[in-house]
Ligand binder design. Structure first.
Ligand code: SAM
Ligand code: SF4
Length: 328
């Protein structure tokens, strides 16, 4: 469907939990995280109803996220059921990889079309420091299983942190030499715990310099206009996969934004940085029939804000939710 600015909304990111088995400094506080009570989190049945409406409105691609989506019980069967919603063509998932050793194969067998795995470092100490958990061995195992699983679309997402993980860029990018995957550098956003973490994001130009010094020229393959998403992609001589860059702040891509988000407690968020949206859980639990549900979602999406207004101070619509509450 089109929103008020004529953007074609075809993609929804659905958070299935705000819980997580890591505590990445830029995303979650170390302690005192108040998880949503289970009763307020949408059930799989409720999400499937919403997915049915989204498909009727022309949304074809869903991404399951969190928190860490793989900590929610029954996720494999949920993927299977989402895939069978008429009109939904692609179901993808974003994960920290901790549970992929066990779940990569079953998820792909259930029909999962793609996995984005977040990985900022291959160094055990840095991993424990960034995520506040000593789980790199599980993540490495998960990555191996993912690469063996036959998953059609694998992306590795790194947040470049100045003075922290520069030494990891080449090692992680190197995986795209031997595997047909995309390794993407995603800029740190001023959301949630980013400021409190003390981390500073690294400009993509610096990331590119580091990679070019190691691997030679990055050759442009797909621009943002061509991908229809926030990433631009490059190839490197001898690599099977590609390198991507996402810098929402440096290169605003709001005019081609094609997505909306649902929090785990059923709030339809129209923009990452805005609190504008619709309480879909309320509608569901007040007994809205499918027609009312679809019409309400359609009207809300139509109102999607023009842009993220990250640069605007005093923006009263800025959302105070943290990244683990939104799903990235
Ligand atoms: N737990 C899963 C994971 O880590 O992939 C899914 C949810 S997590 C919130 C989704 C993505 O958000 C991760 O790739 C993480 O690196 C990213 N993220 C969290 N806080 C961020 C921030 N302040 N700036 C940029 N990316 C952030
Ligand atoms: Fe958990 Fe993902 Fe946030 Fe890290 S980025 S704390 S893995 S939700």
């Amino acid at each position: 469907m089109k929103d008020q600015y004529g953007r074609n909304i075809v993609y929804a990111r659905i958070s299935v939990t705000d819980r997580c088995n890591l505590r990445c400094r830029y995303c979650m506080p170390a302690e005192g995280v108040q998880s949503l009570p289970h009763s307020t989190v949408l059930s799989y049945e409720e999400i499937l109803r919403v997915a049915g409406c989204l498909a009727k409105l022309g949304i074809t691609k869903l991404r399951i996220t969190g928190g860490e989506p793989l900590v929610r019980k029954g996720i494999v069967d949920f993927v299977r059921r989402l895939k069978s919603v008429p009109g939904i063509e692609k179901v993808m998932l974003t994960t920290n990889g901790v549970a992929l050793a066990e779940l990569a194969k079953p998820l792909v067998a259930a029909g999962l079309d793609g996995v984005n795995m977040s990985l900022d470092t291959f160094d055990a100490e840095r991993f424990a420091s960034i995520t506040r958990r000593d789980m790199l061995p599980k993540v490495r195992e998960g990555l191996c299983k993912l690469l063996e699983s036959g998953c059609r679309e694998v992306k590795l997402n790194i947040v470049p942190l100045a003075g922290i993980n520069e030494a990891d860029f080449a090692e992680i990018a190197e995986l795209a030499r031997v595997h047909p995957i995309r390794v993407r550098f995603i800029e740190l956003m001023p959301i949630g715990c980013a400021a409190a973490s003390g981390y500073k994001g690294l400009a993509m130009a610096q990331v590119r310099d580091i990679l070019e010094e190691k691997f030679g020229a990055l050759l442009p393959q797909l621009s943002r206009q061509q991908t229809g998403g926030p990433a631009s992609y490059y190839s490197i001589d001898g690599f099977q996969g590609q390198i991507g860059f996402i810098d929402a702040l440096e290169h605003q891509f709001c005019s081609s934004c094609n997505r909306v988000r649902f929090t785990a407690d059923g709030f339809l968020k129209l923009c990452l940085n805005s609190s504008a949206g619709l309480d879909v859980r309320q509608l569901l639990r007040d007994g809205a029939d499918d027609r009312l549900l679809c019409e309400s979602i359609e009207q809300a999406i139509y109102q999607k804000p023009a842009e993220h207004f990250f640069a605007q101070t005093g923006n009263t619509m800025r959302d105070t939710r943290k990244m683990y509450e939104v799903g990235g």
